[in-house]
Design a protein around this ligand. Sequence first.
Ligand SMILES: C[S@@+](CC[C@H](N)C(=O)[O-])C[C@H]1O[C@@H](n2cnc3c(N)ncnc32)[C@H](O)[C@@H]1O
Length: 318
Amino acid sequence: MDKLIQRFFSGLPVSSLNFPSEALSLEGQMTLLNATVNSDLVLKQPLRYQYQKAFLKRLLNQLESLDLVVFEGLYSAYVRLVQMPHQLGSKSFNHYRVGSGGDVVTLIEDENLISQGTTGLRTWTGALALSEWCLNNKDLITNKTILELGSGVGLTGLVACRHCHPQRFCFSDGHPEVVKTLAENIKLNFPTASAVPSSKLRLDLEIDKTTRVSLMNLSWDNIDCTAIAALGKIDFVLAADVVYDPELFQHLLNALKMADGECNIFACTERNPDTLNLFLKEAVHSFRCIELSCPEQKNFTWEPVPLVRIFQFQRKSN
Ligand SMILES: C[S@@+](CC[C@H](N)C(=O)[O-])C[C@H]1O[C@@H](n2cnc3c(N)ncnc32)[C@H](O)[C@@H]1O
């Protein structure tokens, strides 16, 4: 049941959710309801109402098809959701549980893969795999300065900042609406962080004595070198699902060269092998490309197809 709850919280498609038999007894239904739709977290920061209704509907359909007694509370919860006012726009919350200590990263996200002319308002598979990679490689991140390119709504960086203790983590993205949502998500997850005085960055926060979190507007095709330089020495760059548009490959590789990190980690969902191969072919001129094994799914869940591939790009010495 725990896996099911985890998948619900992160808003994975309802069609991919299966209800285990323990969730179908009267007591199981009550436990599931209280841990999902009726949980304090979801009541306070709701997932899309449409999504929650679809979740309950799938459960009700399954119970009815098996001719099982339905817990009354499921109907009440469904009716409550039907009566909810229409959610403004298509943004809502998703919650990602990380580790066994009960930590939750909460993100404002859009329900659509493409919205307002950008792909960045929703968490992509690459970010889930890269977050898992960070948790498996904490020692590489601790005390390091990291720049993330194309951060989107920010899952990877927030997981890294909360669990891997970088000295500085700088989120970046090139789309104004994404940067705005990213700023909201950073503040949402670090409500007590203090702003670094007189910083010129979009956001610059000290989340504790050892970690500083920054956010900059950074377009690969119009790079602000002074902003990158202001970060000081960057140890490495992280990026998830940014390899999809061949027209941007040279810009993306230039950004990587400018950041000048010794090694860089990209998580790439292989939707089109030709596109990814083309990027690798261009990257190999300046970087040594090494494929790493994709981490096992422990904290995060994603579909096995299309494949997520993790690459390390090591700077070649001149
Ligand atoms: C597919 S999304 C991935 C977002 C996030 N990394 C994830 O995996 O959930 C690609 C991201 O790259 C950003 N992006 C696309 N073109 C860009 C450019 N030229 N400069 C900077 N960011 C760009 C988009 O705004 C978007 O946030």
